[in-house]
Design a protein around this ligand. Structure first.
Ligand code: F6R
Length: 260
């Protein structure tokens, strides 16, 4: 696992957007897995700026969703489908035809989950999956004690996650209890995992993810099992890393051609 400590969230966004740009040069129709929430917004801003400046052609890129609320009516502005379309797909000049996600309003949720895993495989698998991390160490919506082999399925949000996400809704009562999330096993199939964590509130979860044991209680620790996982953190999110100086020195000495 590579840990990159950046000065702030904007620098993290630029670094990751540059890696996505490199990927799209190598593979113009790459399948990009996107996360929602606040953490990845600087990445999307940096990507959108590159497209606006004609420094990047994303016209053949494909975008897929990591997770979705269950039970919000179709088109609800806080459904993750609506959020990704609004914040990523359309600003990049793409349309829904380049986009896939699980159906959180399906009658048969179990079938929708299995369909989504099949669709990801049929699309050739995710080339680069962006991840945020919850204060409880979740990735996607794989809450603590998720199976490290899990596939896309329904999960129940912890009260902590519902409280963390209440800022997107009018009240805590409106935050759904259930979600569909790519499983940890599903996420680990992506070719490159890139997690961006910013702010002091994430410092403990980041330390456990990077320097703790691989354990279902900290779902993000499963990144240690992936051959190409990059964790990008700002100084605040890095503040509890014992090996921070080693990570800084390693990245400073890294040959430029390697990228992340
Ligand atoms: C949402 C997702 C979640 C968030 C996490 C952090 O698609 O994957 O794991 O990344 O809850 O959310 P923020 O970034 O809002 O702190």
């Amino acid at each position: 696992m590579e840990i990159v400590i950046v000065p702030d969230a904007a620098a993290g966004g630029e670094l990751i957007a540059a890696a996505i740009a490199d990927l799209l040069v190598r593979k113009p129709d790459a399948l990009l897995g996107v996360a929602t929430g606040s953490s990845p917004l600087p990445i999307y801003q940096a990507l959108i700026a590159k497209v606006a400046n004609q420094a990047l052609d994303v016209s053949r890129a494909r975008i897929c969703q990591l997770d979705e609320y269950v039970g919000l009516p179709q088109g609800h502005p806080e459904s993750y489908r609506a959020v990704v379309l609004r914040e990523v797909v359309r600003p990049l000049g793409l349309t829904e035809t380049s986009f896939m996600g699980p159906d959180g309003s399906a009658e048969d949720i179990a079938a929708a989950c299995a369909d989504y895993d099949r669709a990801l495989a049929a699309a050739g698998g995710v080339d680069l999956q962006l991840l945020g991390i919850g204060t409880d160490g979740h990735i996607g919506f794989n809450e603590p004690c998720s199976s490290l082999a899990s596939r896309t399925r329904i999960k129940t949000l912890t009260q902590q996650t519902r409280v963390d996400n209440a800022r997107f809704f009018d009240s805590l009562d409106e935050v759904p209890h259930h979600v569909i999330t790519q499983g940890i096993g599903t996420i680990l199939e992506a070719r490159h995992l890139v997690l961006l964590a910013t702010g002091e509130a994430k410092a403990e979860a980041v330390a456990q993810t990077v320097e703790g044991p691989v354990a279902g209680i900290v779902p993000a620790s499963a990144l240690q099992l992936h051959p190409h996982a990059t964790v990008v953190v700002d100084e605040a999110a890095a503040s509890k890393l014992k090996l921070a100086d080693y990570f800084r020195a390693t990245y400073a000495a890294k040959p430029h051609w390697q990228g992340i």
